[in-house]
Ligand binder design. Structure first.
Ligand code: SF4
Length: 362
């Protein structure tokens, strides 16, 4: 009989699914080389060995007004505080034009939980933006966390709200705002946001309405390894449910790291090593998610090392006030970042938005 680590290793190399005990053995006892090797093995089921895709994109924050009061957030202002804003359509267009001028193909929107905005307000805005830009740009119109809030404020079921967004031309409501999907974690840090079951109910409604969605995860707060594994376990089960029933599923997982500066929670950033090991664990455990994205926004060039730990895709961000307020830095020296990938032996290819619902590269 081998050790728990031997058993986990053998399972991955045989193409079998690992369980929670295997994941713990890999995390606690596996060295970096082993995690990299196993994650690369799983990555090869989906992607060519030297291919890596990227997208130039911005996250445009249209309002910083928020009533959720997450203690890890350096971005929000409570209604009535000095410095609140809601961008007008004209201001949004100016910001988006900057991204497009930098070669951007994708703009994600992200804002606070603004108590005065309704589903109809967002639908009108997205309709105008789609009319203005046509197919020149892809949009991630909203995150699931904002969707849940605005649906409730508008007294609509998730299914009705998702159908309304779909009718307005919205294509994506991504999995942003997930942080750690564990109720004990959520109670400690963002009790006003949602419960985990509610999050997945909203995501099901979004996918069922024909919109695209993604998974996200943020590490480095004060979460335990058990809480991280709860996130991965629930996510894998959700994706199984979707694909098992031949329903549209999540296209990717983007994992990034908490930036602790200017936040109530404070703390220290996790090391690059811990981030890379976690990426590897995500790739190995989540054997039903095709695309794993490493975060240049929060790790800069170090994020490219993630390609050796199971990731196959990365963003070249041009702005995101939420993470920049908490300490993230953005570089527009795209070639230098791409060179970091090339030096590691990868051939970076610019991509568009993912194909909706299939998990395939679009
Ligand atoms: S993380 Fe999002 S929901 Fe939480 S306080 Fe900040 S803006 Fe609001």
């Amino acid at each position: 009989m081998g050790t728990a680590l031997d058993r986990a290793t053998a399972r991955v190399l045989a193409g079998e699914r690992i369980d929670r005990g295997d994941a713990l053995a890999l995390w606690n006892e596996g060295d970096d080389d082993l995690l990299s090797r196993l994650a690369t093995n799983v990555r090869a089921r989906f992607h060519g060995a030297d291919t890596a895709t990227y997208v130039i994109m911005a996250i445009v924050n249209y309002t910083n007004v928020c009533v959720a009061r997450c203690d890890y957030c350096a971005f929000y202002k409570f209604p009535g505080e000095a410095g609140t804003y809601v961008l007008s359509f004209e201001d949004l267009v100016k910001r988006i034009d900057v991204v497009a001028g930098l070669g951007g193909q994708l703009v994600g929107f992200n804002g606070g939980f603004h108590p005065d905005l309704s589903v109809d307000d967002y639908c009108q805005l997205f309709r105008r933006l789609h009319t203005h830009y046509g197919d020149r740009l892809a949009f991630y119109e909203m995150t699931i966390a904002e969707f849940m809030f605005v649906a409730k404020r508008s007294h609509m079921s998730y299914a009705d709200a998702a159908a309304r967004f779909h009718d307005s031309g919205t294509r994506w409501i991504t999995g942003g705002g997930a942080e750690i999907l564990d109720d004990a974690f959520r109670l400690r840090h963002s009790p006003g946001k949602y419960k985990v079951e509610d999050y997945y109910a909203a995501q099901s409604a979004v996918l069922n309405a024909g919109l695209g969605s993604t998974a996200t995860m943020v590490i480095g707060f004060d979460e335990t390894i058990d809480e991280r594994l709860n996130h991965l376990e629930r996510l894998r089960a959700f994706q199984d449910q979707r694909t098992g029933a031949n329903l549209p599923a999540l296209s990717s997982l983007l994992c990034w790291t908490y930036k602790p500066y200017n936040t109530e929670l404070g703390g220290q950033e996790v090391s690059t090593r811990e981030y890379l090991r976690h990426l590897a664990l995500c790739r190995i455990y989540l054997d039903n998610i095709t695309n794993l994205r490493t975060s240049v926004l929060t790790r800069n060039e170090d994020a490219l090392l993630g390609l050796q730990y199971g990731a196959n895709d990365f963003d070249l961000p041009t702005e995101d006030e939420v993470t920049q307020k908490a300490g993230a830095t953005v570089s527009l020296e795209f070639e230098a970042i791409l060179d970091a990938a090339r030096r590691l032996g990868f051939r970076p290819l610019k991509r568009g938005a993912w194909a909706i619902g299939t998990g395939a590269v679009g």
